[in-house]
Design a protein around this ligand. Structure first.
Ligand code: BT5
Length: 324
């Protein structure tokens, strides 16, 4: 955090309940001079904070922009470890890449990195993840790396279950899990998850991109945001905290009870189970009926040859059973 950011945070911390503060009070509390108080108020105004200035009572905060800052997230966190260290960025190439960079080589598991914008947001297979600044949730979580590559597939499902639950609890739409890594509503993609395991450093990073307040014009074709689905905007800070809260609960549950609990829940919330699917894989296509989620976190597909768990691949078509 830069010195200016530190000053702005301590100024903002004094405005929790709509109260008035004098410039002198602000200067004392933040340990700065009156000139720096004014500079900080101006910087915050440019960032979207609205101040009311009263000749006698002082200054009150009337509106906060929906920016991801510590004071928008931390008060809503109830986790033991996830998000106890959160780093906020205005712009990075990719939150997954940043968290895996040498800069964070000493970071503790549970560390979260959030950005308002990504200039090279990644999907799987080097596809792009595109969102305008200040509208989406883009974050990565560093996790303990036991389990290696298969842990990544399972963790993707754990995260999907947790994120869908947090969105519902925030009064948002009901999202289904579209194996392997999407959350969808009305067949439109709302959230993409990119879990990466780096054997060199034995690090597992979970990246989540969720469309929150984008308008239809701000979304790629085939996508939806919580806003387009429910007709209202969401405060992203508390939503991020809610996702981390549920994520920790589900990670703990998976550790204590085994993957079965998560598997069953992911199956229940699946957008694919009970439908005909076409699965594209490196070695060709598989046509069959999705009948469940397997013990390895893969998709169970029944074909004429029997039922098999596929741990990788792309579902390129979904339709009701019996439809050609
Ligand atoms: C994913 O890949 O869905 C995983 C996306 C993960 C993004 C997060 S953001 C934080 C973290 N840091 C990163 O750099 N990445 C993670 P995949 O299944 O390959 O889907 C990618 C495809 O989704 C693209 O090819 C587009 O068609 C589509 N897409 C791109 N942006 C989208 C958006 N905002 N909403 C819905 N779909 C989108």
């Amino acid at each position: 955090m830069s010195e200016k950011e530190r000053i702005d945070e301590s100024v903002l911390a004094l405005f929790d309940g709509g109260e008035y503060r004098t410039a002198g009070e602000l200067a004392r509390a933040a340990g700065i001079g009156p000139g720096e108080v004014n500079e900080s108020l101006r910087r915050l105004e440019e960032a979207g904070y609205v101040w009311e200035r009263h000749p006698v009572r002082g200054i009150a905060l009337r509106e906060r922009p929906d920016h991801l800052v510590h004071s928008e997230v931390a008060p809503y966190l109830s986790t033991r470890s996830l998000g106890r260290s959160i780093r906020f960025f205005r712009s990075v190439e990719s939150t997954n890449d940043s968290l895996l960079s040498p800069l964070f080589s000493g970071a503790e598991p549970g560390t979260v990195l959030v950005s308002e914008e990504q200039t090279r947001g990644r999907g799987r297979l080097d596809r792009r993840w595109e969102t305008p600044p200040f509208r989406a949730l883009l974050f990565s979580v560093l996790l303990g790396a036991e389990g290696g590559p298969t842990a990544a597939g399972r963790l993707t499902l754990v995260s999907g279950v947790a994120a869908a639950e947090a969105v519902r609890a925030a009064g948002g739409p009901s999202l289904a899990i579209r194996w392997p890594n999407d959350l969808v509503a009305e067949r439109r993609k709302v959230c993409g998850i990119l879990c990466e395991y780096k054997p060199e450093s034995a690090r597992l990073v979970l990246g989540v991109g969720m469309n929150v307040n984008q308008t239809v014009e701000e979304l790629p074709a085939g996508a939806a945001s919580l806003r387009t689905l429910s007709g209202r905007t969401f405060r992203r800070g508390p939503l991020l905290a809610a996702i981390l809260n549920r994520l920790e609960v589900w990670v703990d549950r998976a550790e204590a009870e085994g993957f079965e609990t998560v598997r069953a829940e992911a199956e229940r919330q699946s957008a694919l189970v009970g439908r005909s699917v076409t699965l594209e894989r490196g070695e060709g296509r598989v046509e069959g009926i999705a009948v469940g989620i397997g013990r390895g976190g893969g998709l169970l597909v029944r074909t004429e040859e029997g039922t098999r768990e596929y741990r990788s691949g792309e579902v390129i078509r979904v339709r009701p059973v019996g439809e050609e």
